[in-house]
Design a protein around this ligand. Structure first.
Ligand code: SAM
Length: 254
């Protein structure tokens, strides 16, 4: 089953709530502002696209994602933006089209991450900027996913998890950018946080089957799913709580 086949509203509850502050941090780092023409690669339902549209106007924003239902949601949420269905590895825009190309939480899911970055470089003009971020999976800085995969491993010790994915370890995005021949590569970490109304607000979105975590849970039998839930419950407080999430990012000049 595809990792991102869920409806946009389910993605919003699972991960999109994190995209809002993360998109702001990434757009700040790239210094996206009036007069720029910008691209959002792997836009999902459009969290970063909306942040970009608020800064430069929707007509100056393009976005792309392979998931049909996300393309539809992103278009609907960002009228005037050029939203297309496709993949990072084959961007359907001419060379030098954009002043900046950004990608938020996508590099880990590209079939060929370096090819995706090369395409982002190609469609960005000389002197333009690339900005890419991905969760700190390897270091456990994305609390929600760390708690989940720890609970999964307690129930299914041989489960794969998301650690080996592109961008998930410190410095990996910057190394990849260096490889694709851009200059002034610099990187760091964004720290964001999200508020949950309680345990059910945290747990239910995992049952929607979104992303590798949701898919891994969906692949379990009901009693095993219940065991994952039971392993997670004592890790989280009663009532409202906030979870911190660290992402690695890197920017570069084309
Ligand atoms: C975790 S979501 C991130 C969505 C959005 N950027 C955000 O921050 O909310 C990952 C997205 O990458 C998309 N994706 C998967 N493979 C891709 C590829 N090869 N090129 C571009 N996007 C891809 C998925 O469809 C999904 O929308």
């Amino acid at each position: 089953m595809r990792e991102f086949s869920s409806p946009a509203e389910q993605y919003d509850k699972f991960m999109g709530r994190y995209t809002v502050p993360l998109a702001r941090a990434l757009a700040d780092e790239v210094q996206v502002g009036r007069g720029m023409r910008v691209l959002d690669v792997g836009c999902g339902p459009g969290g970063l696209t909306s942040e970009l549209a608020a800064r430069v106007g929707a007509e100056a924003v393009a976005a792309i994602d392979p998931a049909e239902q996300f393309v539809a949601a992103c278009s609907e949420r960002n009228p005037g933006a050029d939203v297309r269905q496709g993949v990072a590895e084959e961007l359907p825009w001419e060379d030098d089209t954009f002043d900046a190309a950004l990608s938020c939480l996508v590099i880990a899911f590209m079939a060929d991450a370096d090819a995706g970055l090369r395409e982002m470089r190609r469609v960005t003009r000389s002197g333009g900027t690339l900005g890419v971020c991905m969760w700190d999976i390897a270091g456990g800085g994305m609390t929600m996913l760390r708690l989940f995969w720890d609970a999964m491993k307690a129930v299914k010790p041989d489960v794969q998890g998301e650690r080996p994915r592109a961008g998930a370890a410190e410095g990996d995005i910057a190394e990849r950018l260096e490889r694709v021949g851009v200059r002034d590569v610099s990187g760091g970490a964004f720290e964001v946080s999200v508020i949950y109304e309680g345990f059910e607000d945290f747990w239910r979105p995992f049952t929607f089957g979104v992303g590798p975590a949701g898919q891994a849970l969906a692949a379990l039998e009901a009693p095993e799913q219940e065991a994952v839930r039971a392993a997670l419950r004592p890790e989280l407080p009663e009532g409202t709580f906030s979870l911190a999430a660290r992402s690695w990012y890197a920017t570069a000049t084309v």
